[in-house]
Design a protein around this ligand. Structure first.
Ligand code: CA
Length: 578
């Protein structure tokens, strides 16, 4: 590793009173830290890459020079090419899966005696039994649809009494939840995915843990958690980071307040905590072989810690990618967090990518509302894309129509499959890295958390509808799925998508036209939202069409004349490449 130092946390009755010794070539203890709680001991060791070799060694713990206990530790050989692994990028399309709700590949793990919550499919907020085996069983489906990356909502142990299926209340940062599988299976999933050309993105949470986290019963120190004795709750006021008039009261409540009463707020300002979290990330990247990270609630932890965390991860893996969640409609607030942004208050971020919530909001409005008095409709989307000037790297943003937290796009467009197709055509052809929530391709609807994250049909034994095999899908579902598959497969191989520019025209009469172009070619995207076909005069786009005579409709394969008038069917996206 680029950083040769490792911090070990030892936990055991009165272990803090013992002295550690390591006798192994190339490994040396550089610091021993005792904390308030005598049941913890923190050891910092440094590993000399020239002298150390992979292997096991004991850490001896002594009291008054007498050996009291021994802990075995192992240095592993790094896989070749680990540091230079490629992260996800604009050549990818991310498929977001909520593991509990995708496919139950092993019903034997639905109930685990050592964990509180069992399975209850009748409860939309209960656990439904989906697992890693279920995802592994269906990697072919994901690949054949044309997706290239998987974002799995958290797989780590959430041993909470109830409402634990979503995974954001982690109770052990080093352990996959046994109801999803094992650490070894997670590793296997990443290996199998990689064989199929699929990248895996881990969802990480640094702001909070679950109230049932094992350390909550025996905290290393009171300042391990913010407001450990008397929780206050976050005010969710994410403007506190940019607001020149902010009060310290609001700031502290935002950052140090608990996310909920079952989600204690971790204090990343404690350097031992910070090191624990950074190492945990690097351990998962290395152990399972990740291609990226999605960071939950990015502005909620200490902002300087997040900057340090991202810098250290990118230092170890220079080609890696990380996307953060800043859930705001305002591009000024979202861009604040992107690496390279020059902020008025001097904050330096090291986060490469952000979820493009401003464009998501604008897209849904554009699909549902009409332009009026020179604003709204596609004009709103056009103007939001114009806000790209605020981002250091707009091409690195993750663009999406919905995710596991917000109403499904099919519901947002009130069950109109044509509008959904227009929306997905936009997501898959505009700048950035597209992300699609599982089930969008088969028109899954949902407005509440439980229904947004409903079970993918075919993932459970006895399901009458099976989307993996298309058995029982309606005509509308088959049509949407086929449309997305064609578009995704085209995108996967289209040279015009990567390293290309975006140029767009002011929308007119509910028709939005834009181009992607680079040295390999051009693609013209026409989004017609009207209930009627539109004839558009192509001469208004001569700046981009130039002398080209003909292009190809990437969905139908038909040739399309690029001269004269183009007829665009009602409520249809036309994507023409040449
Ligand atoms: Ca299961």
């Amino acid at each position: 590793m680029s950083n040769p130092d490792v911090q070990l946390m030892l936990h055991g009755k009165d272990i803090g009173l013992l002295s550690p010794e390591i006798n192994y070539p190339g490994v040396r203890i550089t610091r021993v830290t005792q904390v308030e709680n005598k049941n913890y001991l923190f050891i910092e060791m440094t590993i000399d890459r020239g002298a150390a070799v992979a292997g096991k060694f004991p850490i001896r713990l002594t009291k008054n020079s007498k050996a009291v206990a021994t802990v075995q530790y192992e240095l592993l050989q790094r896989a070749n090419g680990s540091a230079m692994r490629a992260g996800f990028d604009e050549s990818d399309v991310i498929y977001e899966i909520v593991p509990d709700r995708f496919s139950n590949g092993d019903s034997r793990n639905d109930r685990v005696t050592t964990l509180y919550e069992g399975v209850n499919r009748a409860d939309e907020n209960g656990r439904h039994g989906g697992d890693i085996q279920g995802i592994m069983n269906n990697l072919d489906y994901v690949q054949k649809m044309g997706f290239t990356s998987l974002w799995l909502t958290p797989l780590l142990e959430n041993n909470q009494h109830d409402y634990s299926y979503h995974g954001y209340s982690i109770t052990d940062f080093y352990q996959v939840d046994a109801r999803f599988g094992t650490n070894q299976m997670y590793k296997q999933l990443c290996e199998k995915a990689s064989e199929k050309g699929l990248k895996v993105i881990m969802d990480m949470v640094f702001n909070h843990c679950g109230l049932e986290h094992w350390w909550m019963k025996d905290l290393p120190s009171k300042d391990w958690i913010n407001f450990a004795d008397n929780p206050i709750y976050t005010n969710h006021r994410k403007t506190v980071f940019q607001d020149p008039h902010v009060s310290q009261t609001d700031y502290t409540q935002m950052v140090d307040g608990w996310f909920s009463k079952t989600m204690p707020d971790i204090n990343q300002k404690n350097p031992l905590v910070a090191r624990y979290l950074i190492q945990n990330t690097i351990w998962w990247i290395e152990y399972v072989g990740l291609s990226g990270i999605r960071v939950d609630t990015y502005p909620y932890p200490d902002m300087n810690f997040m900057s340090q965390w991202a810098a250290e991860v990118i230092k170890e893996y220079p080609r890696f990618n990380i996307v953060g969640e800043e859930w705001s409609e305002n591009p000024a607030m979202v861009s604040f967090w992107q690496k390279g942004k020059i902020n008025k208050n001097g904050y330096i971020s090291n986060l490469p990518s952000l979820m493009d919530f401003p464009v998501q909001y604008s897209l849904i409005k554009a699909l549902n509302e009409s332009e009026k008095y020179n604003q709204g409709g596609f004009l709103g989307l056009y103007e939001m894309i114009a806000n790209d000037f605020q981002y250091p790297a707009p091409d690195d943003l993750v663009v999406f129509a919905d995710n596991h937290d917000i109403e499904r796009v099919y519901s947002l467009v009130h069950g109109d499959a044509d509008l959904l197709k227009l929306g997905m055509a936009f997501v898959l052809t505009t700048r950035g890295i597209p992300q699609v929530l599982y089930g969008t391709e088969i028109l899954m609807a949902g407005q509440t958390h439980g229904t947004i994250r409903s079970d993918f049909p075919g993932g459970w034994e006895g399901d009458k509808v099976n989307a993996f095999t298309t058995t029982g899908l309606t005509k509308a579902q088959l049509d949407a799925s086929e449309f997305m598959r064609k578009l995704l497969l085209w995108r996967k191989n289209a040279k015009v998508i990567v390293g290309s520019k975006l140029l767009h025209y002011r929308p007119r009469n509910e028709v939005y036209v834009y181009f992607r172009y680079n040295d390999h070619g051009k693609v013209m995207v026409v989004l017609n939202k009207n209930e009627a076909a539109q004839n558009i005069n192509l001469s208004q786009f001569s700046e981009m069409i130039g002398t080209a005579q003909q292009g190809k409709n990437i969905i139908t394969g038909d040739n399309v004349a690029l001269t004269g008038t183009l007829s665009v069917p009602a409520k249809t996206p036309l994507i023409i490449e040449w």
